[in-house]
Ligand binder design. Structure first.
Ligand code: ATP
Ligand code: MG
Length: 254
């Protein structure tokens, strides 16, 4: 990032774009991951690139659900490994959740590379892919018998809609982090965090520090007061209002 000064208005966006490019070069991220990242960036742009209240509440509900779960698992793909390897390890530790490599554009080399990357930061991660979820034939459904296969709750950041559906069909509670509130994944998940993963995961680490002292009942209360439909609808309304505001500014010549 030598050529982009920190004061540049797109500094963070360019920094993470470079991390994705680096991830592809290191064999962690699929080429298709670049397109997925670009789609995410677009939605982040029209959300004003910040964590909104609805996202913070979804993050609190997600942490509560993970802490209440018997066997919570965090799914790690090539974009997650490229963007926030250290933070995802930290989150798994504070939630007592297992990390598992799970990638959509499958290759054994990439699974191994992601595992090595996480281990290079001192994390532990499953990558056995020795069990099969029931579901759509077309999609990849290989998982670890010690991880997603027996999980009651799975946090799947940046997930594809088909795979989210398979997890649901197999009786899992699904939490997703997805900047696109219109995606099938966002619409299907039990908890949808419409926020950039680079903000959502550090937020969830902070929240888990607070919530780790909560009783089971208190965590259940946080969860019960959360309404995913409402949160998702709010994210679309925030985008609508933001765009209306910009349109008005354009008309005023600002
Ligand atoms: P779906 O299959 O659920 O309808 P899709 O086909 O539009 O979604 P995929 O490529 O399958 O998209 O999934 C990637 C998702 O991850 C996209 O919706 C994108 O908005 C989101 N995404 C990409 N980068 C980030 C990021 N840094 N933080 C949060 N979400 C992201
Ligand atoms: Mg998709």
């Amino acid at each position: 990032m030598t050529h982009v000064p920190e004061g540049h208005p797109r500094y963070l966006s360019l920094k993470y774009r470079e991390k994705i490019a680096e991830g592809v070069k290191k064999g962690l991220t699929a080429v298709e991951g670049i397109a997925a990242h670009g789609r995410g960036e677009t939605f982040d742009y029209i959300l004003g690139e910040r964590t909104h209240r609805f996202a913070w509440e979804a993050e609190r509900a997600a942490v509560s659900l993970m802490l209440l779960s018997k066997h919570p698992v965090i799914s790690v793909n090539g974009n997650v490994a490229a963007l926030i390897p250290e933070e995802i390890i930290k989150l798994s530790e504070s939630l007592n959740a297992i990390l598992e490599v799970n990638i959509f554009h499958f290759s054994h080399e990439r699974v191994l590379r992601i595992k090595e990357e996480i281990e290079s930061y001192g994390g532990k991660i499953l990558a056995d892919l020795d069990a099969t979820l029931k579901g759509l034939e077309s999609a990849r459904r290989m998982v670890s018998s010690k991880g997603i296969f027996i999980a009651d709750t799975v946090l799947v950041p940046l997930e594809d809609g088909d795979r989210c559906e398979i997890l649901k069909r197999n009786g899992k509670k699904v939490i997703t982090i997805d900047l696109n509130p219109l995606s099938r994944t966002s619409r299907m998940a039990d908890i949808t965090i419409v926020d950039n993963i680079v903000r959502a995961v550090p937020n969830m680490i902070k929240i888990s520090e607070e919530l780790s002292s909560y009783s089971k009942k208190e965590l259940e209360d946080v969860l019960a007061s959360y309404d995913n439909r409402k949160s998702l609808a709010q994210s679309v309304e925030v985008i609508r209002d933001y765009l209306t505001e910009i349109a008005e500014k354009i008309l005023r010549g600002e």
